[in-house]
Write a protein that binds this ligand. Structure first.
Ligand SMILES: [Mg+2]
Length: 433
């Protein structure tokens, strides 16, 4: 029996979430962009009115402004988008536990076993589409098919707010007539090579000789042929989840130079608390602690270390950061700025090996204390609960470690595309060889 696979894609995701929070901009062109660090000044997503005026993802902000002078830019709020991404995943999990996210806004669902319970694939897809709109205020387009590749094709076929089913009866009409570039992993150079062979549509690829494709593209040639024919059998695999967020960090330039380990410890605790609390908000634990330090001369360094047990406990992050500091800073001159970052992020329900020597009960207690502090601070402000050491030096501990200073770095589109692409291809090779 064929599997029933859905691919759900949230439409113009970041922009749609921002529209929920800016109802006054309804109908106006809006673009999300302007990451403070490396993706500075680039459009990450645009809503449909902005796209209609020619704004494209990846455009520099100034170009977008040229194309559409009345566009409104809003800076990205990754933690907000993550929250919606998580809410969508919770909703999907009512239909299946086999869900494989593809980036932050897309997800494959294998609902084969839920069909007897909820009705056919299309019925489940329609229900998900309706519920996401009603419960989250966002639109999705959903593709339904017997394999992941055609399900993904279906979610791109009609959008926004639509369901497209690709069946054994209609795939020649719907999929095969589409340009070859619409097939997953056919990039620009593959498309050009295919065109020189006279293969312009997915159907051309499907009907071609797989050995010919192999002679030109290597193993990838077989994969393309398999994809185009709807023969992809890779499972929807919850394990292949790649976290869309790379790291969460917070840094600061202190109000006065830091003179000794005690000063540094105060600032590290302050930063670690805010990083840990942000991890907890987003249901992450991290397995790598990073520290960067700049002194008041020219020297700066950046060190990171993998830790045994992934954590989002403030005290543990602070201790690891402090160890890194003591190990690597020679104290020749005072310090101007310092930052703490957690990477190697996993969902907090992630299973990991505890090391033999950590006290599980003590950790649980620490975690509960942190949660209690989070809740007090959200109600009564940051200063309502402070560690004792913060009272030694209110100039240092009064630093503004508020949420806005956080740096949350998503994997870049190309990086995560490449990475998931490569591992997916490896999987395929194992399946087909
Ligand atoms: Mg999308």
């Amino acid at each position: 029996m064929d599997r029933v696979i859905l691919h759900s894609d949230m439409n113009c995701f970041y922009a749609s979430v921002e529209m929920l929070y800016h109802p006054e901009l309804a109908g106006r062109p809006l673009a999300v962009g302007g990451d403070p660090e490396k993706r500075h000044g680039i459009v990450l997503t645009a809503n449909y009115p902005a796209k209609k005026k020619g704004i494209k993802v990846g455009m520099a902000l100034w170009q977008a402004k040229q194309a559409c002078p009345d566009v409104v830019f809003v800076p990205p709020r990754m933690d907000l988008y993550l929250r919606f991404s998580r809410l969508a995943r919770e909703l999907y999990s009512e239909y299946t536990d086999l869900q494989e996210p593809f980036g932050i806004d897309e997800c494959w669902l294998d609902v084969t076993d839920s069909v007897p319970l909820f009705g056919g694939g299309r019925k489940i897809a329609e229900e998900i589409r309706r519920r996401i709109k009603l419960e989250l205020g966002l639109t999705v387009s959903v593709g339904v098919s017997w394999n992941k590749i055609f399900a993904k094709f279906g979610s791109d076929f009609r959008k926004p707010d639509a369901v497209t089913e690709i069946t054994r009866e209609n795939y020649r009409d719907l999929v095969w007539r589409a340009p070859a570039a619409d097939l997953l992993y056919v990039g620009r150079s593959t498309r050009k090579k295919l065109a020189t062979l006279g293969m312009l549509t997915i159907g051309d690829v499907a009907r071609s000789d797989p050995e010919l494709l192999h002679s030109i593209f290597g193993k990838m040639g077989y994969i393309l042929w398999v994809f185009a024919n709807g023969e992809d059998r890779t499972p929807v695999s919850p394990e292949s989840y790649v976290n869309p967020i790379k790291s969460i960090g917070n840094g600061t330039t202190s109000p006065r130079d830091l003179e000794d380990n005690d000063d540094v410890r105060t600032v590290i605790y302050l930063l670690s608390e805010s990083v840990a609390s942000r991890l907890r908000d987003n249901h992450f634990v991290g397995d790598t602690v990073g520290l960067w330090v700049r002194d008041n001369g020219l020297y700066s360094f950046c060190r990171q270390q993998k830790i045994g047990t992934p954590t989002n406990i403030s005290d543990e992050i602070a201790r690891h950061s402090m160890c890194l500091f003591e190990e690597h800073y020679p104290w020749t001159v005072p310090i101007r700025s310092i930052g703490v970052r957690m990477s190697g992020l996993h969902p907090d329900e992630y299973c990991y090996q505890l090391d033999l020597f950590s006290d599980v009960k003590a950790r649980e207690k620490q975690f509960k204390i942190d949660l209690a502090v989070d809740s007090l601070r959200s109600r009564f402000g940051h200063d309502s609960v402070l560690r004792g050491r913060m009272y030694f030096d209110r100039v240092l501990s009064g630093l503004d470690a508020k949420a806005e200073d956080h740096m949350i770095h998503p994997h870049s589109y190309f990086e995560s595309g490449d990475r998931t692409g490569t591992c997916r291809i490896m999987e395929n090779l194992q399946t087909y060889e």
